[in-house]
Design a protein around this ligand. Structure first.
Ligand SMILES: Nc1nc2c(c(=O)[nH]1)N[C@H]1C(S)=C(S)[C@@H](COP(=O)(O)OP(=O)(O)OC[C@H]3O[C@@H](n4cnc5c(=O)[nH]c(N)nc54)[C@H](O)[C@@H]3O)O[C@H]1N2
Ligand SMILES: Nc1nc2c(c(=O)[nH]1)N[C@H]1C(S)=C(S)[C@@H](COP(=O)(O)OP(=O)(O)OC[C@H]3O[C@@H](n4cnc5c(=O)[nH]c(N)nc54)[C@H](O)[C@@H]3O)O[C@H]1N2
Ligand code: SF4
Ligand SMILES: [Mo]
Length: 735
């Protein structure tokens, strides 16, 4: 066995060599890289998409002696046109951090982590997971993956884990982020298809941003709005006076989690005034009559009382939408992370449909994604849906995939994966004993951390695959696998507007760290199912397999002919079927023909009754905790951005909590004083930032702080199972 694994290691490393001109050198204890890390000219400039957010900006990376030395934003790329945010400018710095993992690490019998070579690591992976499966069944091992590795990598992971290892339960951190939009689009449009292109930011005359702090979370999309020549009305719906709300022309500071009621209230006024596009509704939608009857109950008095907005504000919002010729609706986590996120997203879609704002320039019902490859994950991770938006429970779909991949159909699971929170429940119930976490920092980012930590301790074997040894999750692992990061490997990401962009190896990964793609290949060989992936030779060959899997589906990209074609076009949006006459680099939006992917070709109006939040405020916990992004220089759990002195200098230091002057005065709290924030689940100490940007009765703490999710209340949208991170009851005490 050990020899077979050694052979596979050689293959994986050889694999890595396939993308290199540099010589691989054998080092004691493993393989490393020689001096020239890529096939690019040693002193040259190459472009690739950024490794942080879903905007997908292109960066020109400058090489010296084959190694990236610095970068500048690409001037001719249609997404960013010469701009980048601070994270983009600093994207190379985290690669050189001192806590990079350079070898696999295995916990020994005494509980110590020890550096090991790859054969030892892969043997441990195989032996421990197979042993668990033999004792408790195939479903007793699960994985949690990510929207932050290349499309080809997540596809290989999804294929290996599900078809090779027999895993059924595999979800991703996209559940924390995009599950709501996926379900909302599937039900309303018949496919998970964000319809827009960024040009729509520039073409709109009314831009409605719901629960989205674009200035901080997507600064380059905000720059696109700044280029808009139509003097657009910008309406921001957010309980806080965010940077984006300050820059908007209209701010609707609604009470948290009252968006569904607000959207129905706006629809009510539109219907009452007959500000409705009947022609569009009749030709392209279904369910309007039920919708109109439903919103009749949401009169301005009721909606004003629920949302805290005045009747004038409600009327102004509806009148602004009516007056717009090209109204675009955009939403992000203020909507998705909610106990009723799916229905809220669908209510936004309903507003776009009833006003005919779909399928033309400058309009649309547009969910903005977050992680660099959330869109890749949604279509090709093989987690919630079978490859390319298919359904695991559909025998025909399974047959198609088996045929295209040349595998036995019996290896494809016939039932759906448990969602992230359900995987955690299954660990608690003793049904799942082995967990493999890839490129996500669960022990910081998941909701209700105390509970999560209690649960993770029950695992027999936890494998974490990451760039760094120091993440909260890696520290809990039994086995840590060292991954190459962005800039150290090849592949593609798909951005928010469905655009494929290429990433490249421009820097040498430390020590024995391997690209996730190579790690998956290596593990597949060690598992004994390597032959199943012979055709998945390297990332580029894998992209063409995925192209075949997309054929004939709404995301068909069979017209993409390898990485060069993507580079040459400046990124290519799906759909791009073979034979397409479209200019591959052009900005394209969906549904221009009014045809949707539902069986009758019509978009569906979907309505529901607003539900109470899981945890209301009380005398003991009288404040609502909002969480989210704190600055444009911080990325999530900060494993990467905290490694840059420049990014650190652009962000606040230490834990802080924003509270209103009224709440501060009531508690005799003075600016910058240390206070305790307490919920029913845990507490943290933070510096008080007293600011009128936060409403009385609410506080805000950024998610970048590892303590934040000690406070959050585990509540989920019932349709998407996305956590509601932005509503927990807390108290704030002077120390
Ligand atoms: N700098 C930076 N940029 C990022 C990220 C990062 O970590 N750092 N992460 C990326 C990822 S993965 C994502 S998903 C996106 C997230 O991007 P956004 O969703 O824009 O960011 P958040 O700050 O999580 O939430 C947006 C807003 O929702 C508001 N909100 C809270 N509750 C409610 C509510 O009930 N209703 C409404 N309408 N609004 C509410 C919050 O006040 C907040 O201002 O950002 C991406 N970009
Ligand atoms: N309270 C609260 N919590 C939240 C949110 C909120 O708004 N409020 N937002 C939620 C949202 S939208 C999201 S998306 C999540 C994000 O939460 P996470 O996904 O946990 O956050 P990251 O810090 O991006 O974690 C990515 C991990 O992958 C590693 N990594 C980076 N690149 C690679 C690679 O190429 N290969 C491998 N193997 N590893 C790599 C990084 O070092 C890091 O440890 O947080 C969620 N949690
Ligand atoms: S906006 Fe997003 S993609 Fe663009 S440079 Fe910043 S982090 Fe990178
Ligand atoms: Mo996200």
């Amino acid at each position: 066995m050990r020899n077979a694994v050694k052979q596979a290691v050689k293959q994986a490393v050889h694999q890595r060599r396939g993308t290199l001109t540099g010589e691989l050198v054998r080092r004691p204890g493993g393989f490393g890289l020689g001096q020239v890390p890529n096939r690019l000219a040693p002193d040259s400039t190459t472009s690739m998409v950024c490794g942080f957010c879903s905007t997908g900006c292109s960066l020109d990376v400058h090489l010296r002696n084959g190694q990236a030395v610095n970068l500048t934003p690409s001037t001719h790329y249609p997404v960013n046109r010469g701009m980048a945010c601070p994270k983009g400018w600093e994207a190379l710095t985290p690669l050189h951090a001192s806590d990079r993992l350079s070898t696999p690490r295995l916990r020994d019998a005494s509980g110590q982590m020890r550096d090991v070579d790859w054969p030892t690591a892969t043997n441990a992976f195989v032996d421990r997971f197979k042993s668990i499966q033999q004792r408790h069944g195939a479903e007793s091992v699960a994985f949690i993956s990510t929207g932050q590795i290349a499309t080809e990598e997540m596809a290989l992971l999804g294929a290996f884990a599900k078809f090779g290892m027999g895993v059924v339960h595999g979800d991703g951190n996209t559940r924390q982020c995009m599950a709501t939009s996926v379900v909302a689009y599937k039900q309303a449009f018949g496919f998970d298809a964000p319809p827009y292109t960024y040009d729509d930011f520039e073409q709109s005359d009314v831009i409605v941003l719901v629960g989205s702090n674009l200035c901080i979370a997507h600064p380059i999309m905000w720059e696109r709005i700044c280029r808009n020549q139509c003097s657009p009305e910008i309406m921001v719906v957010d309980p806080r006076v965010t940077e984006t709300a300050s820059a908007a022309t209209q701010h609707y500071a609604l009470a948290p989690k009252r968006d569904l009621t607000l959207m129905y209230g706006i629809a009510h006024i539109l219907v009452a005034n007959d500000w409705v596009d009947h022609e569009y509704i009749d030709a392209h939608t279904s369910g309007y009559d039920t919708f109109a009857a439903h919103v009749a109950e949401f009169n301005p008095e009721r909606v004003g009382a629920a949302t805290g907005l005045s009747i004038e504000q409600l009327e102004r919002s509806a009148a602004t939408i009516q007056a717009g010729k090209r109204v675009s609706f955009w939403w992000t986590m203020g909507v998705n992370q909610s106990h009723e996120g799916v229905r809220t997203a669908q209510a936004i879609i309903d507003l776009a449909l009833m006003t005919g704002n779909i399928g033309r320039p400058g309009i649309g019902a547009n969910s903005i994604t977050g992680q660099r490859n959330a869109m890749g994950s949604r279509l090709f991770s093989n987690t919630t849906s079978l490859f390319a938006g298919r359904d695991f429970t559909n025998a025909e779909h399974r047959g198609d995939v088996a045929h295209i991949l040349g595998i036995d159909v019996s290896v494809i699971p016939t039932h759906n994966s448990a969602a992230y929170d359900q995987i955690i429940d299954k660990i608690l119930a003793g049904e799942i004993k082995g967990l493999w976490i890839i490129a996500t920092n669960t022990a910081h980012s998941w909701i209700d951390q105390k509970h999560l930590h209690d649960v993770l301790e029950r695992l027999e074997f936890l494998v974490v695959q990451d760039m760094y040894a120091t993440t909260e999750t890696a520290q809990l692992a039994n086995l840590v696998l060292p991954a190459a990061g962005w800039g150290e490997k090849d592949g593609t990401f798909i951005n928010s507007e469905r655009r494929f962009g290429v990433i490249k190896r421009v820097s040498r990964a430390p020590g024995m760290a391997l690209a996730d793609f190579s790690i998956f290949k290596l593990l597949a060989h060690a598992w004994g199912c390597g032959a199943m992936f012979d055709e998945w030779r390297d990332p580029e060959a894998t992209l063409s397999i995925l192209g075949r899997l997309s054929k004939g589906l709404p995301c068909d990209f069979t017209g993409i002919d390898g990485y060069r074609s993507i580079d040459a076009a400046g990124g290519i949006q799906w759909p791009f079927p073979e034979g397409s006459m479209a200019d591959p680099g052009s900005e394209r939006r969906l549904f221009e023909d009014g045809q949707f992917h539902t069986p009758d070709g019509r978009a569906r109006f979907i309505v529901d009754h607003p539900q109470p939040v899981r945890e209301s405020t009380s005398d003991r916990y009288p404040l609502i905790l909002l969480t989210g992004r704190g600055s444009s220089a911080q990325w999530h759990t900060q494993t990467r951005t905290a490694k840059s002195a420049i990014l650190r200098s652009l962000a606040p230091t230490g834990s802080y909590v924003e509270l209103s002057p009224v709440d501060a005065a009531a508690r005799h709290i003075t600016p910058h004083e240390l206070v305790d924030v307490v919920s029913a689940r845990g507490s943290m100490t933070a510096q008080a930032i007293i600011t009128a940007t936060i409403a009385t009765g609410q506080i805000f703490i950024p998610m970048h702080d590892a303590a934040t999710n000690k406070l959050t209340c585990a509540s989920f949208d019932p349709h998407s199972r996305q956590p509601s991170y932005k509503h927990s009851a807390v108290q704030l005490n002077k120390k």
